[in-house]
Design a protein around this ligand. Structure first.
Ligand SMILES: Cc1cc2nc3c(=O)[nH]c(=O)nc-3n(C[C@H](O)[C@H](O)[C@H](O)COP(=O)(O)O)c2cc1C
Length: 208
């Protein structure tokens, strides 16, 4: 494992769609999850849980569910004018069953007060759910630091119960992201983003 600098990781971390078939060492997976658990959270509630899926049969099954849902939503045939982000997402969807590993990022109310489908659900989604993205980004940056690719995907939430049933997730857990993890076949960044100056105001809205 070789670490790179923090800013190099931030500037070149991008959504990877093509993965080599090499398995990801367990220590690397543990390290990226450990990085995720260092994230801040509201009231330090740490409302997260990470389900690592490396069993080939399970990856194929969960990845297959993801692929089918993605293609159902976007169509099995790519339109000629499909935007680049969707072209990449389509490639990943078709290859999700072969991902070297999958990590299912879950929001958990450890007090078990809020459950999906109950009146408390907005609290689960909004209060606890907003903390999870910081953990996910930590995980992505740590993966980048180790030369591993990731991509945040959410399409599985449209068939969440099926996935929860397969993996035996309890009802007080909600899944928010499914990320492939593996060594990329392509290159990391640079990413195509608006310049910071275009999305920054000094002292008042629009102030330069
Ligand atoms: C909230 C969110 C949901 C996303 N959902 C999906 C998804 O379901 N499938 C997918 O392939 N990519 C998904 N993405 C990945 C984005 O399309 C990707 O991060 C974006 O196009 C930037 O890609 P880049 O880092 O390569 O420039 C999602 C990203 C975010 C932040």
């Amino acid at each position: 494992m070789s670490d790179i600098g923090l800013f190099d990781a931030i500037y070149s971390q991008r959504a990877i769609t093509r993965y080599r078939s090499d398995p990801v060492p367990r220590e690397a997976i543990e390290k990226v999850i450990e990085a995720a658990t260092k994230a801040p959270s509201g009231g330090n509630t740490q409302p997260w849980h990470f389900v690592v899926i490396t069993d080939r049969e399970l990856v194929a099954r969960i990845g297959g569910i993801y692929r089918d849902k993605w293609l159902e939503r976007r169509g099995a045939e790519a339109p000629a004018d499909e935007p680049a982000a969707y072209r990449a997402a389509r490639y990943l969807a078709n290859h999700m069953p072969e991902a070297p590993a999958l990590i299912l990022v879950c929001v958990v109310d450890h007090t078990k007060t809020y459950r999906p489908g109950t009146p408390g659900e907005p609290a689960l989604r909004e209060r606890l759910g907003s903390s999870i993205w910081l953990a996910a980004q930590n995980m992505f940056l740590a993966a980048r630091g180790l030369g591993l690719g990731t991509r945040l995907t959410t399409t599985h939430t449209q068939c969440e119960q099926e996935i929860k049933d397969i993996l035996g997730l309890p009802d007080y857990v909600e899944t928010v992201a499914l990320t492939p993890l593996g060594y990329p076949r392509g290159r990391f960044g640079p990413t195509d983003r608006k310049p910071a100056s275009q999305v920054t105001s000094w002292n008042r809205w629009g102030g330069s």
